[in-house]
Design a binder for this molecule. Structure first.
Ligand SMILES: [Zn+2]
Length: 105
């Protein structure tokens, strides 16, 4: 509990307490708005190509699901999928197979 200064009136004390309470509410509202904004951005961009904005389509290939843009021919990987391609025996062969499937004519 905050100690009151001798010169402080009760009205000043409650006004300051109210300002602190309102500031906390404003900070919480800003946090909620930020989360809402992030949710709106995610909904707007979900499964859209980051390069051209066209729809991404999931394409299953072996154990991986590649998000493919058939407009600009971009291919996108989820978290961990690049590591799955890069590591382990035979992964280079798998990567070469994926490249050959989507190679431009
Ligand atoms: Zn694209």
């Amino acid at each position: 509990m905050t100690a009151k200064k001798p010169s402080e009136t009760e009205e000043e004390y409650f006004a300051r307490e109210e300002a602190v309470r309102r500031h906390a509410l404003a900070v919480e509202k800003a946090r909620q708005l930020e989360q809402q904004k992030l949710a709106e951005i995610k909904a707007l961009h979900w499964m859209k190509c980051p390069k051209c904005g066209f729809d991404l389509e999931p394409v299953k290939f072996h154990q991986l699901t590649i998000d493919k843009c058939f407009h600009c021919n971009g291919s996108w990987l989820d978290a961990g999928e690049l590591e799955a391609l890069a590591g382990g025996d035979g992964s280079q062969t798998l990567l070469q197979k994926i490249v050959s499937v989507f190679k431009r004519a």
